[in-house]
Design a protein around this ligand. Structure first.
Ligand SMILES: NC(=O)c1ccc[n+]([C@@H]2O[C@H](COP(=O)([O-])OP(=O)(O)OC[C@H]3O[C@@H](n4cnc5c(N)ncnc54)[C@H](OP(=O)(O)O)[C@@H]3O)[C@@H](O)[C@H]2O)c1
Length: 316
């Protein structure tokens, strides 16, 4: 896969990365052996940009990735995140982006991953209790200490990006972006382009919904996080099927799959956008990578945009 410079950093990554979250939590049970096979195959297929966070499976995801990529780190760029706290039972225990917590969280991630340096370290959210200057200042200290190479933020707004960039160069902003989550269009994508910050699009498949593989709530495991998500509530899900109808129409016309439509739409918006679709399955990984070859003309993009429904239900 061709690699591109990520923001203004010296990191080079393929346009499509791999989101690893579902290998530990949120989307039903995962088979560890299958996840590791998918991680190894992803590398073999040219994927070099992998995304995790300390909170995914309360550390399980970082440990899994550490195990899978032992001895292979030079072949890839690993991004992880800090900020969300989990209690001993896995419950959510708030957000902490204070300098003291950042130092502790970074050491814990380094240990779980089994590396000396994290390539890209994100604040998972901007903490309303901590000035962003303090958070980014502490993250910058980790760069000075050699524990982290480059910095990122997740779900920051344009003003927060500008304030952060004054303290330390920000390499990437990771925010949700897909056919049904288009909020970053305008100020956020424009600011990223202006400041030389790469935009990493998370949940580009609409948490799987846009692929058509989740036609009803019954398709989800009882422990699946999406059962609690506003867009997957019975009435919202019914109305959001308008997205599936649109994606399936485009898929038929282009002779590609719905998942490839969803990914290609994001890829074709702007060369500064790096989607990180998540999958635990090798077959789906291959299907998703084929989206790199799909081109939409300006006329096709305009036509799709004119037909886009509005999502029913908030993102969270
Ligand atoms: N910064 C943040 O706050 C934040 C929030 C959410 C996610 N993320 C990151 O972004 C990554 C991707 O987002 P995401 O996993 O939430 O959502 P996503 O990539 O939009 O969708 C993932 C879901 O789609 C399914 N899927 C993948 N390829 C498919 C295909 N070709 N056909 C049918 N179904 C397919 C996956 O199931 P299988 O695994 O069973 O294939 C999974 O359930 C995460 O892994 C995580 O690293 C970040």
């Amino acid at each position: 896969m061709e690699t591109l410079q990520l923001g203004n950093s010296s990191l080079r990554v393929g346009r499509l990365g791999l989101g690893c979250m579902g290998m530990s939590e949120f989307y039903g049970p995962a088979d560890e052996a299958e996840s590791i096979r998918t991680l190894h195959s992803a590398l073999d297929l040219g994927v070099n940009f992998f995304d995790t966070a300390d909170m995914y499976g309360s550390g399980h995801n970082e440990t899994l990735i550490g195990r899978a990529f032992k001895g292979k780190w030079s072949q890839l760029v690993l991004a992880t995140k800090f900020g969300f706290l989990r209690d001993a039972k896995g419950g959510f225990a708030g957000l902490d982006c204070s300098p003291a917590h950042i130092r502790e969280a970074c050491d814990a991630s380094l240990k779980r991953l089994g590396v000396e340096t994290i390539d890209l370290y994100y604040a998972h959210r901007v903490d309303p209790q901590v000035p962003i200057e303090d958070t980014v200042g502490a993250m910058g200290d980790l760069v000075t200490a050699g524990k982290v190479r480059f910095l990122g933020l997740s779900e920051a707004d344009a003003d927060q990006l500008r304030r952060a960039q004054k303290i330390h160069p920000i390499t990437a902003l990771q925010t949700e972006y897909s056919l049904w989550s288009r909020d970053p269009e305008g100020a956020i994508l424009d600011t990223c382009r202006e400041l030389g910050i790469a935009f990493v699009a998370y949940s580009p498949l609409g948490r799987g919904f846009l692929t058509g593989a989740i036609p009803s709530r019954e398709a989800l495991d009882p422990g699946d996080y999406r059962l609690h998500s506003p867009r997957f509530q019975p009435e919202a899900l019914e109305q959001n099927k308008a997205f599936i109808a649109l994606v399936e129409r485009i898929a038929r016309a282009k002779e590609i799959t719905p998942a490839q439509v969803a990914l290609a739409w994001v890829l074709n918006q702007d060369a500064n956008i790096f989607p990180i679709p998540g999958t635990r399955k090798l077959s789906r990984l291959k299907e998703n990578l084929a989206a790199l070859a799909v081109r939409f003309t300006a006329a096709e993009l305009a036509e799709i945009r004119s037909q886009l429904p509005t999502a029913v239900g908030g993102r969270y």
